[in-house]
Ligand binder design. Structure first.
Ligand SMILES: [Zn+2]
Length: 407
């Protein structure tokens, strides 16, 4: 038994003792002894069964208790939670079904019991039943938001984005909060599905909805730019990629190569350098990100980017040392520029051996940009990794390709 379970049992003991005291004070003289004696005896018998790892016998005693007195409800919630946490979902379901079936249960407690029952079904993987019960909770009452949250979780797992939008809209109006960012992600998922089917019209429709749900969303801007590129509208793509970076400069490594490509398609490669110089004067903090994007992409050759790479190399003590060591040899091959190019190639190999993205909530990392983290399910928390992991240079096997661990 885990420490948390032992603690919970202790709480149940405390509840049992409290109930004994409560009945002793409240009950009429004639029934007092009987009530106190009965409650205590049954509780302690049930707890004894639990401690002796005889949960079915314990369950029988506790369910019988529910039939006796509604004041024991909280203790039963604790028992249901204990069973569920131990992975004994069938027993948890029995406890909560029993509570739900009580005709005399107060309204709030009934909604809570329904929500707990839905949680049991969810944990047991019975998503259809969980959905039905969550929908019941979501129809009204004090726990409506819990029911809606449960529905959202199920629809996300089933990738049923239409229904997820409906539930999230209701949740947002219920809680008086904006659910816009999450709804925008759902719309982007629908747009992504449409792009997969080659349905550009539907993709554009969903991207428009994403934009109205979250006008500043970087994902929507990046997707709209990619659709522009796909349709050959590079002027629009340039505008949207630049807008995406103004919204979130953290995506430089993903956006800059595409932006450069669209400028080149327009026959305006020189303008890209001029735009970059202007952007860097507004956002000097982008310089390392620009260097990282250029090094990992390998296709940049404008003077502004080259200077960012030189600054990046010279600001890093390890790289500066390598540069100094190689200088005599490299100077014969073409000076500092040649040396920086050689170092860039080596760093590109390092970057390829490291995960490209990392969730800033749970640390899950990998080479695919998941807008919803597959580990902690948070939306928009996965960010591009823009630091080189030099240990990869020493031992590439030491760097996980995909990992749920914090790094
Ligand atoms: Zn995560």
């Amino acid at each position: 038994m885990s420490a948390a379970d032992s603690y919970l049992l202790l709480l149940l003991f405390a509840a049992a003792a409290g109930l004994g005291w409560y009945f002793a004070r409240r009950s009429q003289p004639r029934s007092k002894a009987a009530a106190r004696g009965h409650v205590s005896a049954d509780y302690f018998q049930g707890l004894n069964y639990l401690l002796n790892e005889e949960p079915d016998k314990a369950l029988e005693v506790f369910i019988r208790m529910v039939d006796m007195d509604a004041d024991t409800v909280d203790t039963h919630f604790a028992l249901g939670a204990l069973f569920r946490r131990r992975g004994e979902t069938e027993r948890a379901i029995k406890v909560h079904q029993n509570l739900v079936a009580r005709p005399d249960l107060p309204r709030d407690a009934k909604a809570r019991a329904l929500n707990e029952l839905a949680e049991d079904y969810f944990k047991a993987g019975l998503f259809d039943r969980a959905e039905q019960v969550y929908a019941q909770v979501a129809r009204g009452g004090a726990h409506r938001d819990l029911g809606l949250r449960g529905l959202v979780r199920i629809y996300e797992l089933q990738r049923d984005w239409d229904k997820a939008i409906g539930a999230m809209d209701q949740l947002a109006s219920q809680a008086g909060q904006a659910g816009g960012e999450t709804v925008a992600h759902y719309c982007c998922e629908l747009a992504q599905d449409a792009l997969g089917r080659g349905d550009l019209g539907a993709a554009k429709h969903w991207l428009k909805r994403a934009q109205s749900a979250d006008p500043d969303g970087v994902r929507g801007a990046m997707m709209r730019a990619a659709v522009g590129q796909r349709e050959g509208d590079h002027r629009l793509a340039v505008k949207l990629y630049e807008q995406a970076l103004e919204q979130d400069g953290g995506f430089l490594a993903d956006v800059l190569p595409e932006l450069r490509r669209s400028y080149a398609e327009l026959g305006k490669a020189g303008e890209f350098g001029r735009w970059l110089a202007g952007a860097l004067s507004r956002h000097p903090e982008w310089r390392p990100g620009v260097a990282f994007a250029a090094i990992t992409d390998g296709g940049f050759d404008d003077p502004v980017t080259r200077q960012c790479i030189i600054d990046f190399v010279e600001s890093n003590p390890i790289l500066t040392e390598i540069l100094e060591t190689l200088r005599p040899t490299l100077e014969q091959e073409g000076g500092k520029d040649a040396a920086v190019r050689r170092i860039s190639r080596a760093m590109r190999r390092i970057a390829k051996a490291s995960p490209r993205y990392r969730c800033n909530v749970c640390g899950f990392s990998g080479n695919v940009l998941y807008w919803q983290c597959p580990s902690c399910r948070t939306w928009g928390a996965t960010r591009p990794v823009t630091k080189f992991r030099f240990e990869a240079m020493l031992d590439p096997r030491a760097v996980p390709r995909e990992s749920g661990r914090k790094t």
